[in-house]
Write a protein that binds this ligand. Structure first.
Ligand code: NAD
Length: 497
């Protein structure tokens, strides 16, 4: 269900700015209030990072970007919003004051989420007139990529509010988890704080430096956590006997005096300087922006890997991404092609993103195949071969491709593709696609491809059903009147005419 059409963000720093990007890239208009004199510049930079990350993350058609409006007051920002997200600094009095103002200025049915990392929703909602619609919506940095939101209700929050909040975060591609009881720092930050406290002791006591500690995590259990979390990972670690055996084997160690968890290290000037210096050395001169870029690329890569995990079904955050993309495709405006037009069908409109270019600054080789693949998918959707059709067990498989690279596509170039059906019968589909530079209309690459209609479970070619073949025939009959494109039938090494 899509009920958020207008959002408001109060506070637009690290977290608020990234919420703005999350909403806007899901097609939702956002009004922003942040008194910081440079709020517009800062949010602009976060938006640029987020757009770059989304261009790498998905080929699914994102809705038109929501409009950003910078407002002079909380009242102006929130008055007509469906969802208001508060992300001001973590001080109870400040947050409670801001939330009480939001309450007074917004529609009584608007949802109000707080990004607080640890304050209790009951304390935040105590002075509101309509506290039943207020809750904690605790995200993780960068909010535009990491999907999790911990939803925590206070004493006065209704169940209906949490249910709507779940639908709201789903609408923007996030994963809501409902925390059963309110508790300071909820679940995620409790775990992180326990780990962080132990880590600070290990540095303080010179057991390791910050780089060694990070290496211990990222080359080992950090990777396990991203895909299965803690308990499912330990279930496997228990071997065939599973979780009960794991608990019997390692449970007693918890009583050994390994940990200093309950003591808090004294973060005095010397320790702060020690950690600061080690962290500077570890960054090796990379700026925060550079590190953010590397982080975003890696997170996209992890989500892509998880999307093809579990035998292609998707797993965890990757499955969430696949489901979100399926919705984007379903909501996308269907190409308004007239199947009987005597001209190649225009299918894909795209742009060469930063993730697509190689060391020469040109679009890298496999991205051409990606655009041609998206072109074939677009043609297939036009004849009724969509995700539901594929889920039902039939599809077209490409069995042969010949690509010619005729020109160069550079970072930021706008491209479009067309597709001409050369011939088809009940099983075969022979097509010729061209990628053009949208500014010059010059052909950048062509692909001649053969695809077969298959029963994917039986793993063999079968005739396509009548409803697909009739649409395909309409296109094929129209395209039969077009001249055969130059380049059809070429093979590698052939002499040019
Ligand atoms: N940084 C994180 O990793 C992280 C993660 C999850 C949640 N949070 C939570 O998000 C909230 C914001 O944290 P942040 O890291 O974005 O802080 P930040 O300092 O980067 O941003 C806070 C923003 O609030 C603005 N602000 C201050 N007073 C305001 C007011 N009265 N009205 C509107 N805007 C005001 C500031 O100008 C600033 O831009 C905190 O509650 C924090 O606990 C942070």
């Amino acid at each position: 269900m899509s009920f958020i059409t207008k959002a408001a963000c109060v506070g637009g720093g690290v977290i608020g700015g990234a919420w703005v990007a999350r909403f806007a890239l899901a097609g939702i208009d956002v009004k922003i209030f942040d008194p910081h004199p440079e709020a517009e510049r800062i949010i602009g930079e976060v938006m640029a990072n987020a757009e770059r990350a989304y261009a790498m993350l998905t080929m699914a058609p994102l809705p038109p970007k929501g409009k950003l409006t910078f407002c002079k007051s909380i009242e102006e920002a929130v008055k007509d919003a469906d969802w208001i997200q508060e992300s001001v600094p973590e001080r109870l009095e400040l947050k409670r004051g801001v939330i009480t103002k939001i309450d007074a200025a917004s529609r009584p049915d608007a949802l109000i989420g707080s990004s607080t990392s640890g304050l209790l929703p009951s304390d935040l909602q105590s002075e509101m007139h309509h506290p039943e619609r207020m809750f904690v919506a605790h995200p993780y940095n960068p909010v535009y990529l990491l999907p999790l939101v911990e939803l925590v209700g206070g004493k006065k929050t209704t169940k209906a509010t949490i249910e709507r909040a779940m639908l709201g975060v789903e609408q923007i591609g996030m994963k809501g988890v409902v925390i059963a009881k309110e508790i300071e720092a909820f679940v995620g930050d409790r775990l992180l704080e326990a780990l962080w406290r132990e880590a600070l002791w290990l540095i303080q006591d010179d057991i390791c430096d910050t780089e060694t500690l990070d290496n211990v995590m990222r080359y080992s259990f950090g990777m396990r956590w991203a895909q299965m979390g803690l308990f499912e990972t330990y279930r496997i670690a228990g071997g065939e006997a599973g979780m009960r055996h794991f608990l019997a084997q390692f449970g007693p160690c918890l009583k050994w005096p390994w940990t200093k968890f309950t003591d808090v290290v004294d973060l005095d000037d010397a320790l702060v300087e020690k950690i600061g210096a080690q962290s500077d050395a570890q960054a090796a001169g990379r700026s925060i922006r550079e590190l953010e870029r590397i982080r975003d690329e890696n997170l996209v890569g992890i989500m892509h890997a998880l999307k093809s995990g579990n035998g292609g079904e998707g797993w965890g955050a990757g499955k969430l991404l696949a489901d979100f993309e399926a919705k984007l495709w379903a909501n996308a405006k269907k190409p308004e092609a007239d199947l009987g037009d005597v001209k190649p069908l225009r299918i894909v409109d795209t742009k060469v993103s930063a993730a697509w270019v190689d060391y020469n600054g040109h679009m890298t080789e496999h991205r051409y195949l990606q655009v041609f693949g998206d072109t074939t998918d677009g043609l297939l959707r036009l004849i009724g071969v969509d995700l539901d059709y594929v889920r039902d067990g039939h599809s077209y498989y490409t069995v042969e491709t010949h690509i010619r690279n005729l020109g160069e596509a550079k970072l930021g170039d706008a491209l479009y593709s067309t597709c001409q059906v050369l011939s088809s019968d009940e099983k075969r589909l022979h097509i010729f696609s061209t990628i053009y530079n949208a500014a010059t209309n010059e052909a950048v690459a062509t692909a001649e491809q053969m695809a077969l209609h298959v029963d994917s479970k039986a793993g063999k070619a079968v005739a396509a059903p009548a409803h697909v073949l009739s649409k395909l025939a309409a296109i094929a009959e129209a395209h039969a009147q077009l001249p055969t494109p130059e380049g059809v039938g070429r093979f590698v090494g052939q002499k040019r005419a």
